[in-house]
Design a protein around this ligand. Structure first.
Ligand SMILES: Cc1cc2nc3c(=O)[nH]c(=O)nc-3n(C[C@H](O)[C@H](O)[C@H](O)COP(=O)(O)OP(=O)(O)OC[C@H]3O[C@@H](n4cnc5c(N)ncnc54)[C@H](O)[C@@H]3O)c2cc1C
Length: 411
């Protein structure tokens, strides 16, 4: 038997964009259902960077203090090491934001916290293990979705459906949206290495001959991202575990003491990098946000934050009219209009960084990669370091929560 639900807003995907949209639409008084295909949020190696822009949103929602009680590390400068030479390119200490740091927090804490706050709203619900398989359409309008759940098929009817199901989006596929692929010359191999006592000023970005390794401080371990040329994973695996460990430890000596704890190449997970965007984000009854509207590269670690900014913009523009029953199809197009410039600008910077900084190190096998000129220039000027921090931390055109608060959010 098919179960049936009717809501104002159905959000497909319980990632950063989906849970934040769910919270904001429910807070504005719309009955909101989030559908997430996984049983929990405990997936590793998702982006873990919570930037000042997202922390600002938390503050505006009155959730910041409770949020920061979750375990996290704070990063106040972004530094890189190129063949042993350390260079600092951002200084968050003087940006105009409540939190002058990037918080590194496992993404499941972020998703769990936001859904925990949302669940206290009478208008919010979330269904886990609910995989959306199709759209329901009537007269050219999207009127809801079909999903598979452990209790059988589910049909959700909604006045607004939001696709937030990530880079492999089923919703964008079923809706027939055209995807403009911008391409990415890199992939990433994720793994973790136990971390011994903290050393001072550890860099995040490490470049050695032919290799780049990002080392994220996660307290008692490093989450490591080994950046490889696109499609290069098989070659890395073919070289074997010993070679991989040696290359990683030589690139980032801080992980060397415990690199032998990595005992199996199966613990090294490939994540394919894509950059793309849709030419349209909306159809009558349907809006796409987050990675499903524009997949982001990991460069700058800004994807989560852009996804959240989309959710805030969508709620600012649509939640009030949806709750009041005055939402029009023309309103949906306003979200892309507002968010396209920040997305395009960020993707442009990511493509430049990938092609001008990352790719040459990976492919030209420089014996001693040196810091790029732009990094040297920025690192010598406090003013430029603060501008860079603003760009990375707050992004282009930061969004502020303006959607109506018809139900009070509490942590
Ligand atoms: C290798 C790599 C590293 C990255 N590192 C970072 C980083 O450090 N910091 C950062 O900010 N960004 C990073 N990013 C980018 C970041 O992961 C994304 O930009 C961000 O997660 C997008 O959020 P989202 O909510 O739009 O989509 P997602 O996070 O992809 O969430 C989509 C959700 O939808 C669910 N879903 C999918 N299909 C269905 C369906 N049919 N039915 C129901 N649910 C469905 C998924 O299970 C998932 O929970 C990285 C990306 C890559 C590839």
């Amino acid at each position: 038997m098919t179960n049936v639900r009717e809501v104002d807003c159905c959000v497909v995907g319980g990632g950063p964009a989906g849970v934040m949209a769910g919270l904001l639409f429910a807070r504005a008084g719309c009955t909101t259902l989030v559908l997430e295909k996984h049983a929990d949020f405990l997936r590793d190696f998702r982006g873990d960077t919570v930037h000042p822009s997202t922390l600002e949103v938390m503050k505006e929602l009155g959730l910041l203090d409770a949020f920061l009680e979750r375990p996290h590390q704070q990063l106040t400068t972004l530094a890189g090491v190129f063949s042993g030479e350390r260079i600092e390119i951002t200084d968050f200490s003087r940006i105009d934001a409540a939190c002058k740091f990037i918080a590194f927090m496992p993404q499941w804490h972020f998703l769990d916290f936001v859904t925990g706050a949302a669940k206290r709203l009478p208008t919010f619900s979330i269904a886990m293990e609910a995989e959306v398989t199709d759209l329901i359409e009537s007269g050219g309008r999207v009127t809801g979705v079909r999903a598979q759940t452990p209790d059988g098929p589910l049909e959700v009817t909604a006045r607004l459906t939001i696709g937030a199901d990530g880079r492999g989006s089923t919703v964008r596929d079923r809706a027939g949206f055209e995807v403009e692929s911008i391409g990415a010359p890199i992939d990433v191999l994720w793994f973790r290495v136990p971390r011994e006592a903290r050393t001072q000023d550890e860099p995040l970005f490490n470049a050695g001959p032919g290799h780049i390794l990002i080392t994220i401080d996660r307290g008692d371990y490093y989450q490591c991202a080994f950046v490889i040329p696109k499609g290069g994973a098989e070659a890395v695996k073919a070289r074997g575990l010993d070679a991989f460990r040696a290359e990683a430890a030589a690139t980032a000596p801080q992980i060397a003491p415990r690199i032998d704890d990595l005992t199996d190449m199966d613990d090294v997970k490939l994540l394919t990098v894509a950059i793309d965007r849709l030419s349209r984000w909306a159809r009558p009854g349907l809006l796409m946000i987050g990675d499903s509207a524009h997949a982001m590269s990991p460069v700058g670690g800004v994807g989560i934050n852009l996804a959240i900014q989309d959710a805030v913009a969508a709620a600012n523009l649509l939640a009030g009219p949806l709750a009041d029953g005055t939402l029009t199809d023309a309103d949906l197009a306003k979200v892309r209009k507002r968010r396209l410039w920040p997305v395009k600008a960020t993707q442009f910077i990511q493509v430049m960084a990938q092609n001008r900084i990352v790719k040459p190190i990976l492919t030209e096998k420089q014996k001693r990669p040196r810091p790029p000129l732009i990094f040297r220039i920025v690192s010598r000027s406090g003013w430029l370091k603060r501008r860079a921090a603003r760009l990375v931390g707050l992004g282009v055109r930061p969004e502020h929560v303006r959607a109506p608060e018809r139900h009070k959010v509490g942590a």
